[in-house]
Design a protein. Structure first.
Length: 332
C-alpha cells in the first residue's frame, strides 16, 4: 500500500509561544529600566565631599565664635563679681551711716533727762538689802565696778546666736558668774535668751528662787544652752519688763550680746521708754545693764556694723534706764 506524504509545517504552536514570551520579556525589561534615571557615581561622590568640607568649615567657625563668646562671658562674670563686692561695701557704709544718724537723733532727745539720770547715782539701799546687810551698813556710792547693785531681782537676757555660742560662750559664762557674785543673795532670778525664750519653761513668767543649788543648776544648763536667736535683744528686754515689772520690786535686767540686727535704734529706744516709764522722781521701773562682747570686731571693717549698732543701742538704753554699759576688749 502506498504511503501518504505530509507537508512540513514551517511554524508550530510551540515556536510561537517562545517568540511571544521573548518579546514580552524584552518589553518588561524596557519598562523597568526606564523609571531609573542614569546616575554618574563619580560626580555624586565629588558633590558629597564638597558639602562635607563646607560643613566642617562652618563647624570650625562656630567653635571659634563659641570660644570668643565664652571669653566675653567670663569677663562679664568677673565684672559682675567686682560690682557685687562694691555693692556689699556700699551697703555696709550705708548701714554705718544709718547707725550714726540714729545715734545723733537719740542723743538729741537725751538732753531732757540728764538731771534725772544724775540723780540715779545717789541711789539708796532697799529695805531688804538693809535687812540683809544690817542697819549700820553704809555704802560709799552703792556701785560695784560702776554698776548699781541695789536690785532685789535680776533677769539675764542672753544672745544665743551662732556668733556668741561659737566664739564667746566661755567668756560669757565667766561674766555671768561674776555678775551673780556681786549679788550674794536676791529674791528671784530669771534667765531668757534675746528672743524672750525661757531657759526653764516651768518657770515661765515666774521667778526662780535664789539658792546655791539653783545657781549651780543655772550655770550647768547655761554651758550647753544653744537655742535659736535673731541676734537682737529687743524681744527679750521688752518681755522681761512687761512680764516681771512690779511697783514694789527693784529689778535689774542684764543684757549679754554682741550685735543688733534690728531696723532702727531710735524705734527701740522709744519702745523701751514707753513700757519702762519713769516715776515722779525720775526713776525707771526696771534698770537695764549690758555687757558687749566684741565678736563682730574680729571681722573685716565693713562687716562690723551690727556690733557697732549693738554698742550704740545698749549705751543709750542703759543711760536712759539707770544702768551701765560695759564693753569688753576681748571676746575670748
Amino acid at each position: 500500500m502506498a504511503r501518504r506524504r505530509h507537508g512540513i509545517e514551517e511554524f508550530s504552536l510551540s515556536f510561537l509561544d517562545v517568540i511571544c514570551c521573548g518579546f514580552g520579556a524584552i518589553i518588561l525589561l524596557l519598562m523597568i529600566t526606564k523609571t531609573v534615571q542614569p546616575q554618574i557615581i563619580e560626580a555624586s561622590a565629588v558633590s558629597l565631599e564638597g558639602r562635607i568640607a563646607a560643613l566642617q568649615e562652618q563647624l570650625f567657625k562656630l567653635r571659634g565664635d563659641t570660644h570668643i563668646l565664652n571669653r566675653d562671658l567670663n569677663a562679664k562674670h568677673e565684672q559682675l563679681s567686682e560690682h557685687e563686692q562694691r555693692i556689699a561695701v556700699l551697703r555696709g557704709v550705708r548701714a554705718s551711716m544709718q547707725s550714726r544718724h540714729d545715734t545723733l537723733n537719740v542723743q538729741a532727745n537725751s538732753n531732757d533727762i540728764v538731771t534725772s539720770q544724775l540723780a540715779i547715782a545717789q541711789q539708796q539701799l532697799s529695805d531688804e538689802m538693809k535687812r540683809l546687810l544690817g542697819m549700820q551698813y553704809q555704802s560709799k556710792n552703792k556701785l560695784i565696778g560702776g554698776i548699781p547693785v541695789d536690785s532685789e531681782y535680776i533677769i539675764f537676757v542672753i544672745d544665743t546666736s551662732g556668733s556668741m555660742f561659737s566664739y564667746s560662750w566661755d567668756r560669757m559664762l565667766r561674766e555671768f558668774e561674776a555678775t551673780l557674785s556681786i549679788y550674794p543673795e536676791v529674791k528671784g532670778i530669771q534667765v531668757m535668751n534675746d528672743m524672750g525664750q525661757y531657759m526653764f519653761s516651768r518657770y515661765r513668767g515666774k521667778w526662780i528662787p535664789d539658792t546655791p543649788g539653783r545657781r549651780k543648776v543655772i550655770m550647768d544648763r547655761l554651758r550647753t544652752w544653744n537655742v535659736f536667736s535673731n541676734s537682737s535683744p529687743v524681744e527679750g528686754i521688752t518681755q522681761a519688763i512687761r512680764t516681771f515689772y512690779a511697783a514694789d520690786k527693784k529689778i535689774s535686767v542684764y543684757v549679754f550680746g554682741d550685735e543688733f540686727t534690728g531696723d532702727s535704734i531710735q524705734q527701740v529706744v522709744k519702745t523701751i521708754d514707753r513700757i519702762n516709764r519713769a516715776d515722779a522722781d525720775g526713776n525707771r521701773r526696771v534698770r537695764i545693764h549690758a555687757i558687749g562682747f566684741p565678736v563682730q570686731f574680729a571681722r573685716q571693717r565693713h562687716l562690723q556694723t551690727t556690733g557697732i549698732r549693738f554698742a550704740t543701742l545698749m549705751r543709750e538704753l542703759t543711760y536712759r534706764n539707770g544702768g551701765t554699759f560695759v564693753g569688753l576688749n576681748d571676746y575670748r
